[in-house]
Design a protein around this ligand. Structure first.
Ligand SMILES: Cc1cc2nc3c(=O)[nH]c(=O)nc-3n(C[C@H](O)[C@H](O)[C@H](O)COP(=O)(O)OP(=O)(O)OC[C@H]3O[C@@H](n4cnc5c(N)ncnc54)[C@H](O)[C@@H]3O)c2cc1C
Length: 442
């Protein structure tokens, strides 16, 4: 009989919560007044609060549940330079986003995305956040030979990127699943729950008021000020920042129509032992691939487990169901892990935008930063920080502020179209793979 994939100590919660679980803090009543109210206690909200407080602003952060319940403690802890954008080598290969924005604007976005990585590095160092931060690079595996050629062309001559032929791939990953790939040197990894905890501590040190289990349920204007309504009372404020990303509710309907929440899923294997784990990813880099519905994986910071993630389902599914799907995909990449059990399985919401770009802006006088598109450890931290600079009166505009934030007439509250779009992408991945296998065997 096949061994159960679930370990006897299986937990349907993030592996990271073993190190720092969401925190309801001590019960606190909201103040009657604050200079700025921040809604959402994830990376974006806490970064905004921290920077504002460092500049002498009185800040209250409202979190609808315990601090850390959102995506910020649920992600894989891969840190890219902020977004999944990349420069095309020729006009013909430009992505729709690149064509839409034009070369100059696109370049400005790329440069600022790069700055998000620096911001994170400096922040971790300045605030002495102990979060297993390492810069080891990232390997991007090509699903098919065609994907490999396209990756190689797109990255040829780019500083800090190295093309890895299929024949050299085993130095990066103990798998023949991919057809070569590229190594991006400037990529990091961390324990997201410990980073989040460090941010909370830094905020508290700067005098930020953190209020858990306190959703903002309404925002209105009165005599030039904002009144933020909560079940525990109202707060009068000069400014409001919304950092609610994949958990954006109907507080500002305009914003909800521009954020598409989508579940992403991760499993953690039982401890494999350092040697067996290191043999899977000898360089210890983070890994993702060129699938439209991508897989992303890495070793745990102590180097003993594999953490394997992906967007396996576009419909609601429980943690055991998603674990089964992820386990199956994991065995395609690493068949040598057959029989290995899963100790943790969890999910969280990422926030897509219709143009696949992160956004910061102002609506009805309220500042916001949303739209990580699955890559927000550095980017949402940066956009929170960047919004704080704008709110504090800085006059240098961020490139992300200059973007039009698109909505669509067919989307109001429920992303009904995602199961259809997701299935279509999954089928295209399967088709690409099938074609390349057929070509190889003929
Ligand atoms: C499974 C998964 C894997 C991921 N992997 C990676 C990765 O490897 N690398 C990477 O860069 N990114 C990754 N991401 C994305 C990354 O986690 C997010 O971009 C980032 O955490 C977003 O931070 P945030 O502060 O904007 O939002 P969140 O951390 O989601 O915080 C938003 C908060 O707002 C609160 N909220 C909502 N409405 C209200 C309200 N009305 N009142 C009060 N509070 C409210 C929510 O409770 C929530 O806590 C992943 C995401 C998921 C889900």
């Amino acid at each position: 009989m096949a061994k159960d994939i679930f370990h006897p100590n299986f937990k349907a919660r993030p592996y990271w919560w073993e190190f720092s679980a969401p925190d309801a803090l001590e019960e606190t009543a909201p103040p009657e007044r604050a200079d700025v109210v921040v809604v959402g206690g994830g990376f974006a909200g806490l970064n905004a609060a921290l920077e504002l407080a460092r500049r002498g602003t009185e800040v209250t952060v409202l979190e609808s549940g315990p601090f850390g319940q959102g995506a910020s403690t649920r992600n894989a802890g891969h840190v890219s330079s902020g977004s999944n954008l990349g420069k095309a080598p020729s006009a013909a290969q430009r992505s729709p986003v690149e064509r839409l924005l034009g070369a100059a604007k696109y370049q400005a976005i790329l440069e600022e995305a790069g700055r998000s990585f620096e911001h994170l590095e400096e922040l971790i160092e300045r605030e002495e956040i102990d979060c297993d931060w390492r810069v080891k690079g990232r390997f991007v595996g090509a699903l098919t030979p065609r994907h490999f050629r396209s990756l190689a062309e797109k990255n040829a001559g780019q500083r800090g990127v190295r093309v890895v032929e299929h024949s050299e791939q085993h130095a990066e990953i103990a798998s023949d699943f991919y057809h070569g790939g590229v190594v991006v040197e400037r990529a990091g990894q961390l324990n997201p729950a410990r980073y989040h905890r460090g941010l909370m501590t830094a905020c508290q040190r700067e005098g930020v008021t953190l209020i858990a289990n306190c959703p903002a349920s309404g925002i209105r204007r009165e005599s030039g000020q904002f009144i933020v309504k909560t079940p525990k009372g109202e707060i009068r404020a000069d400014g409001v920042f919304l950092g609610t990303n994949g958990y954006t509710d109907g507080l500002i309907p305009w914003l909800r129509r521009r954020v598409i929440p989508l579940g992403s899923y991760i499993i953690a294997t039982e401890p494999l032992g350092p040697e067996r784990a290191a043999a899977l990813i000898p360089t210890g880099r983070t890994i993702n691939d060129t699938k439209r519905v991508l897989s992303y994986f890495r070793l745990s910071p102590d180097g003993t487990r594999l953490l394997f993630g992906g967007r396996e389902s576009f419909r609601p599914i429980d943690e055991r169901g998603s674990a089964r799907l992820l386990h199956r995909t994991m065995l395609r990449v690493f068949p040598q892990l057959r029989g290995v059990q899963i100790t943790h399985s969890w999910t969280g919401n990422v926030a897509f935008s219709f143009d696949f770009l992160p956004h910061m802006g102002i609506v009805d006088g309220v500042h916001y930063a949303v739209g990580c598109n699955g890559s927000g450890v550095a980017m949402m931290s940066y956009l929170g920080y960047r919004t704080a600079l704008t709110m504090a009166g800085g006059n240098e505009k961020s490139a992300f502020e200059t973007l039009v934030h698109p909505g669509r007439w067919f989307y109001r509250e429920t992303p009904w179209f995602m199961p259809i779009v997701g299935r279509y992408y999954q089928l295209r991945d399967a088709w690409d793979r099938l074609l390349s296998n057929t070509a190889r065997s003929s």
